[in-house]
Ligand binder design. Sequence first.
Ligand SMILES: C[S@@+](CC[C@H](N)C(=O)[O-])C[C@H]1O[C@@H](n2cnc3c(N)ncnc32)[C@H](O)[C@@H]1O
Length: 434
Amino acid sequence: MHIQHPLMSTRRSSPFNVAATKQILRHQEKNEETKSVLIRKPFTYHTPSPGSGFPHNTLSVVVPSPSQRQILELASANFIPAPSPIGLSETFYPTDAYEKRAVKGAYPTVRKVKRAEISFEVGTVGPLLTSKPDITAQLRQTLQRKLGKIRGPKVTFAPGDEHLLARFAANFEFVNEYKIRQGVTPVPEEFNAGCTCVGFCDPARCLCLSKEEETNDSMVPYKRAEDDARLLVLTPEFLKRKAMIYECSSRCGCDERCWNRVVQSGRTVRLEIFNTGNRGFGLRSPDRIRAGQFIDCYLGEAITKEVADIREDIATSQNGHSYLFSLDFLITEEDSKYVVDGHKFGGPTRFMNHSCNPNCRMFPVSRNHADDYLYDLAFFALKDVPPMTELTFDYNPAWEEVNKVDPNAVQCLCGESSCRGQLWPNQRKAKGMR
Ligand SMILES: C[S@@+](CC[C@H](N)C(=O)[O-])C[C@H]1O[C@@H](n2cnc3c(N)ncnc32)[C@H](O)[C@@H]1O
């Protein structure tokens, strides 16, 4: 088509540019002659076919001709001035940009520099490097910040050992609960039931408590400490048991002050991480701890057994410490699904070392009674522990005397006269620490 009227160029007739079209039309409305052409004279469009007489070096654009009705509608429209610039303006998109660049050359011209005149002194330091950054101080700050995030009474590191801990802290995060990883599915809240007690639970009737098999009496896990009525401790009978502790929960009729909510109420003792000298870091408390007193839970990433197996292989091949704790109390090792890994994320108890004559033990504690796979790994003192005594537990409580010491197993350095010589059984498949 030969575009005869300026309004009919392909760009201006675009539906996206109606405003510009209207502006031009309004401008032309002032011109009576043009106006009369627009309104009264019909447009004539010639659409030549590219036949033999058509010059081959001419670019032809075929645009459908507007109908008479469209032309009249456009001409009589109420025009609004368009903001400018609009569309592919020559100012913003110069069409000769490539040619201009080609003339200049593709790369900027090199500036001439007399190298001999540039001074260079070996050993000159920039202003930023004049003082050596104190990396240890920065790491210590990081460690303090991370320790400060732990809920409950203060957790500190022993004076003098900060430099060791600080380096470790750069790659470790303290957490206050399990970090649930892919493949681990807690049983939904609504599947859990609570007791019907009101206010404080009645030990004889509370439905949360397990029953003795023979007598059907309730197993009451906690009692008040003899020298401190505010402190609840595990009963001496329960300390000898291997049973799950079922605490009350938000689905129970009792309130938060109920005596059967010890572990969920959190830690009551201060803790200190220190360098043992021969077994890496260890854990102790500046406070006196009563027999049966709750210390803290083992925390970390809750991962699937499959992921744990891979991580264990890596730890074994690197001969490093192991921080995997199986959640297999209510099921057999084969049927267990989840493991807690305290390697990169954990609580202070991930520093507890093994002893063949320990002063603490892990008790499984459940609040979500319908969930056999996810529960708390709670440490309680087995006896009175004087302040600053290392807190330890038996990594392999299922040890049998007949077990032979494996020369390839991790050697135990607990120093007890009853030391078994190794931390884990040969295949590392015991309950508890793997
Ligand atoms: C849960 S971590 C305990 C904290 C560890 N000491 C640290 O520095 O992070 C378990 C690891 O500590 C070491 N460990 C714990 N108790 C030990 C003992 N009695 N003898 C030798 N090594 C021990 C072993 O390397 C084990 O894999």
